[in-house]
Design a binder for this molecule. Structure first.
Ligand SMILES: C[C@H](O)[C@H](O)[C@H]1CNC2=NC(N)=NC(=O)C2=N1
Length: 98
């Protein structure tokens, strides 16, 4: 079980490690525009594989080539280290397809 990060801890982690992510409500979000729609779908498919391996799944909104990811730990009602780990993986996949 992972513990919810408090506001200061979360802000520091986002600033240091995940500058493209923002704290929003009980989750963290990132918007990414990919070069093409197929690139965006490739990112979604790759994130899907990683999320299943991690047993931790982001919400994903697809609008043409713009993707919005949201990570939250439902069972805890907030952001935990699991969300930060998933966000780092999402960043790597986006960077590889951009
Ligand atoms: C039983 C299983 O581990 C849980 O339902 C997992 C699955 N994927 C999940 N994904 C996310 N984002 N948050 C969760 O709390 C969560 N819980």
């Amino acid at each position: 079980m992972s513990e919810i990060l408090d506001e200061t801890e979360l802000r520091d982690k986002l600033t240091d490690d995940l500058p493209d992510w923002s704290a929003e409500g009980d989750g963290i979000t990132r918007v990414a525009e990919l070069p093409t729609f197929p690139d965006a779908i490739t990112v979604v498919a790759r994130v899907g594989v990683v999320a299943e391996e991690m047993d931790h799944h982001p919400d994903i909104d697809i609008r043409w080539r713009t993707l919005t990811f949201r990570c939250s730990t439902h069972s805890e009602g907030g952001v935990t280290s699991k969300d930060l780990d998933l966000a780092r993986q999402i960043d790597e996949i986006i960077a590889a397809e951009s």
